[in-house]
Write a protein that binds this ligand. Structure first.
Ligand SMILES: [Zn+2]
Length: 313
């Protein structure tokens, strides 16, 4: 025992002796290298591991920031309602000017013509009761099979300067009465990504066709969809089917949030492919909803299915 302890002490003392020596060498090395041209290669090699060590705390800081900056839904709605006032709005496009003067009173006049919405103020003015929701498309980094779900999807690009993080999010805007918009925003920071997503969602507002195509219900009121539709994005495929009254939204939770804002109350669904890619699943669901408007329906079945396009109120 005594010998081993002595040995351990000897080792420690040797290590202690070595450390200062090595440190002294490091500190002494640059001074020697400066005059000579041959040795700068050695300095660059030595500098690389130090840089890597320095980047790691930055990564941790970024993750902490994300947790802090994630805004609640109430905050988003408050911001949205505060920012717009019709009197102070200065439209930049000819359609915007017509809306302010009162020439165009309904959003249907634009959407039925196939006219694109050129300005976000148009949606704010014509559809004042819109609600915004950010969908959970990302997740925090965690051990044991991933972390908590987040509204921002965080990705990183490796560059010589270090890791460049970027944030993406999907915003859904709807009035629960036949109008829906979905937008994808990506930026270097969380707030601009959110603003981009909401802006794109407003510019992509479209009409939802509702009805009751369920053979179990046959009530002719627009609580579900009139017929089954399918949409796809990448390998992800989703099928929406009409359900009887009171069934609820039998679908993935993020798509359910979207359908709720669209005003659809009952639906059945089936999916194929890589459905864990939430962005693709959402896009597939939007494609399916757009297919409702693209499908041609006979005038008789239009009445039998209780089909209604857009808002009812
Ligand atoms: Zn029904």
């Amino acid at each position: 025992m005594i010998k081993t302890e002595n040995q351990a002490e000897d080792n420690k003392s040797q290590q202690a002796l070595k450390k200062p020596a090595s440190a002294a060498k490091k500190s002494a090395a640059p001074k020697k290298e400066e005059p000579k041209d041959a040795k700068p290669v050695a300095t660059t090699v030595a500098a690389a591991p130090i840089a890597e060590v320095l980047i790691e705390p930055e990564k941790l800081d970024v993750e902490k920031d994300v947790i802090k900056e994630v805004p609640t839904e109430e905050e988003i709605v408050k911001e949205f309602k505060k920012t717009f006032d019709l009197v102070g709005w200065q439209p930049k496009t000819s359609i915007g000017k017509k809306i302010k003067s009162g020439e165009i009173k309904k959003i249907d006049e634009l959407l039925d013509m196939g006219q694109k919405i050129p300005e976000i103020g148009i949606i704010d003015a014509l559809l004042p009761n819109m609600n915004i929701e950010l969908l959970m498309i990302g997740q925090s980094k965690g051990k044991f099979g991933g972390g908590q779900r987040r509204i921002f999807k965080q990705t990183q690009k490796k560059t010589p300067e270090g890791n460049k993080p970027s944030f993406a999010t999907v915003a859904v805007i709807g009035n629960s009465d036949g109008y829906l918009g979905v937008g994808y925003g990506k930026s270097k920071d969380t707030l601009p990504a959110k603003e981009k997503a909401i802006r794109k969602a407003k510019l992509n507002v479209f009409k939802i066709i509702r009805g009751c195509g369920s053979w179990q219900c046959n009530c002719k009121t627009p609580h579900s969809i009139p017929f089954a539709v399918e949409g796809r994005c990448g390998s992800t495929r989703i099928k929406l089917m009409p359900a009887p009254k009171g069934k609820g939204l039998c679908i993935q939770p993020e798509c359910a949030k979207m359908l709720k804002l669209a005003g659809i109350k009952d639906v059945w669904s089936k999916t194929w492919g890589q459905t864990r890619t939430t962005t693709n699943l959402i896009q597939a669901c939007v494609a399916a909803l757009l297919m409702l408007a693209k499908t041609k329906v006979k005038a008789e079945s239009y009445e039998a299915l209780g089909m209604k396009s857009g808002g009812l109120i």
